[in-house]
Write a protein that binds this ligand. Structure first.
Ligand code: GDP
Length: 190
C-alpha cells in the first residue's frame, strides 16, 4: 500500500505547526513502549522510519509522515512512569486540541499491549476520542508474547473496555510486528 512511499515530514509541538490539512490522515496513539514505532515501521516497510519519535526531545512531538496520498500521524507515547506533570499537561493539551480540531483526521488507532490490556491511561485517551468524535480502533501489539489462553482473556477485557466508548469501532486488530501478524489487515483498514 504505502511501502517505500513513506517519508517523515515533520515533528509538531503546537497546533500552529501542523501541516496544511489538504489530505486525509490517520493517527496512532499508545502508551510508551507499546510497540508503536515498531508497528509503524512494519506497516510502512521502512526500518527505523519512526525512530525519530523515540529520540529524546522528540517524544512530545506529533510526528507526521506522508504515506501515499494521506498522512500517517504518530502521536507521542503517553503514560511514562516518571514524566513530570508539566510535560504530561502540555501533552494532554496538545492532544486534545489536535483531536478536536483536526478536520481531516479520519481514524485513530489506539495501540494496546496484548500482555497488559486496556490501562486507565488508555481509557482516558479513548474518552478524549469519544468527546472529539474521532472513530478509533484498538490494535493489540506484541501478540506473539502471549499464549492463546491469555490472549483470549485480554481480548475479553479489551472488548469490555471498548463497549463503554461510543467512538470505538468494535473490531480489534491483533498484531505482532515481530511475526508480521495483522499487518496486512491493518494496512487494508487504513
Ligand atoms: P514505542 O515506545 O511504543 O514506540 O515502542 P517500540 O516500538 O520502541 O517497542 C518497544 C519494545 O517492544 C522494543 O524492545 C521492541 O523490540 C518490542 N516490540 C515491539 N513490537 C513487538 C512485537 O510485535 N513483538 C515483540 N516480541 N516485541 C515487540
Amino acid at each position: 500500500l504505502f511501502a517505500g512511499q513513506t517519508e517523515f515530514v515533520k515533528g509538531v509541538v503546537a497546533m500552529s505547526g501542523l501541516p496544511e490539512a489538504d489530505r486525509l490522515e490517520v493517527c496512532f496513539a499508545g502508551r510508551s513502549n507499546v510497540g508503536k514505532s515498531t508497528l509503524i515501521n512494519a506497516l510502512t516497510g521502512m526500518k527505523a522510519l519512526a525512530r525519530a519519535s523515540n529520540t529524546p526531545g522528540r517524544t512530545q512531538e506529533i510526528n507526521y509522515f506522508t504515506a501515499g496520498d494521506f498522512y500517517l500521524v504518530d502521536l507521542p507515547g503517553y503514560g511514562y512512569a516518571n514524566a513530570p506533570l508539566p510535560i504530561v499537561e502540555k501533552w494532554q493539551r496538545l492532544l486534545k486540541q489536535f483531536l478536536q480540531g483536526r478536520q481531516t483526521l479520519r481514524r485513530a488507532f489506539v495501540l494496546i499491549d496484548a500482555r497488559h490490556g486496556v490501562k486507565s491511561v488508555d481509557d482516558e485517551i479513548m474518552s478524549l476520542l469519544d468527546s472529539a468524535a474521532v472513530t478509533f480502533q484498538a490494535v493489540l501489539t506484541k501478540a506473539d508474547k502471549v499464549k492463546e489462553v491469555e490472549r483470549e482473556k485480554i481480548l475479553h477485557q479489551v472488548r469490555g473496555a471498548l463497549a463503554k466508548h461510543p467512538a470505538a469501532y468494535p473490531e480489534i486488530i491483533l498484531t505482532s510486528s515481530e511475526k508480521g501478524w495483522g499487518i496486512p489487515t491493518l494496512r487494508s483498514v487504513i
